[in-house]
Ligand binder design. Structure first.
Ligand SMILES: *[C@@H]1O[C@H](CO)[C@@H](O)[C@H](O)[C@H]1NC(C)=O
Ligand SMILES: *[C@@H]1O[C@H](CO)[C@@H](O)[C@H](O)[C@H]1NC(C)=O
Ligand SMILES: *[C@@H]1O[C@H](CO)[C@@H](O)[C@H](O)[C@H]1NC(C)=O
Length: 201
């Protein structure tokens, strides 16, 4: 799937609210599998969250946190790598594009840090109440990853960067869906919450 297609699919999930609740009666799903059910890259979601779920006291807030931390760590790696790709044998515009790309990724990481702080400063109910804020931060991060790639004209360099950022994009997409579908996910885990008055659906 191309990046634009991913964004469109995520937008559809958000708008149409693709029905995922049907699996809630499936008792064979582990809590992590149930949690990850709506994500587009399910295996990646499960492998990100399983280590945290090994702690029996960990709950959905810890799972959300793990999804954000994994995304941030992956993106930070690519901030370093974008700079490391600079090369004296490139035309100056290519090296400048890599610097610009790095700055967009740094803006994305700042959004992820804000999201992480919001998780850490709140109980699950408080996180749920701010779900729109998380959606903004995460879709903003997808846009920053796009802007990073759009800086690069050199086709070879662009391919390397696109391939490299794919994991960060998939992790961001997963995190976006986890927050966007939080009410459905919590219902499928039988975790009661007060209705979020800010939620439009
Ligand atoms: C297990 O999860 C609980 C609840 O979030 C947390 O307080 C605790 O520190 C975790 N323990 C370990 C070893 O990570
Ligand atoms: C810079 O580019 C040259 C020519 O493509 C390549 O041989 C060299 O390994 C590159 N250096 C770095 C640090 O990537
Ligand atoms: C993306 O993640 C997979 C699975 O963790 C890993 O094998 C692969 O090397 C990663 N790709 C990049 C470009 O980091």
């Amino acid at each position: 799937m191309t990046r634009k297609a991913v964004i469109i699919v995520v937008a559809l999930i958000l708008v149409v609210g693709v029905v995922i609740g049907d699996s809630s009666g499936d008792k064979s799903l582990s809590p992590v599998e149930a949690f990850c059910a709506p994500t587009l890259y399910k295996d990646k979601c499960v492998s990100t969250i399983s280590p945290v779920a090994a702690n029996a006291s960990a709950g959905p807030k810890d799972f959300l946190r793990a999804a954000l931390v994994a995304t941030m760590e992956e993106e930070k790696i690519w901030i370093e790598k974008a700079v490391a790709m600079k090369n004296d044998s490139f035309v100056p515009a290519d090296n400048k594009a890599l610097d610009d790309c790095k700055q967009f990724l740094e803006m994305g990481v700042r959004d992820l840090q804000s999201a992480l702080a919001m998780v850490d400063d709140n109980e699950l109910q408080g996180v749920y109440d701010e779900v729109d804020e998380f959606r903004n931060w995460l879709s903003g991060n997808l846009a920053f990853q796009d802007m990073c790639q759009e800086q690069i004209d050199n086709p070879d360099l662009k391919t390397r960067l696109q391939d490299g950022l794919r994991n960060a994009t998939q992790l961001t997409t997963n995190a976006l869906v986890l927050f966007a579908e939080l009410s459905t996910i919590l219902r499928s885990l039988n975790i009661p919450l007060e209705v979020n008055p800010k939620l439009t659906r």
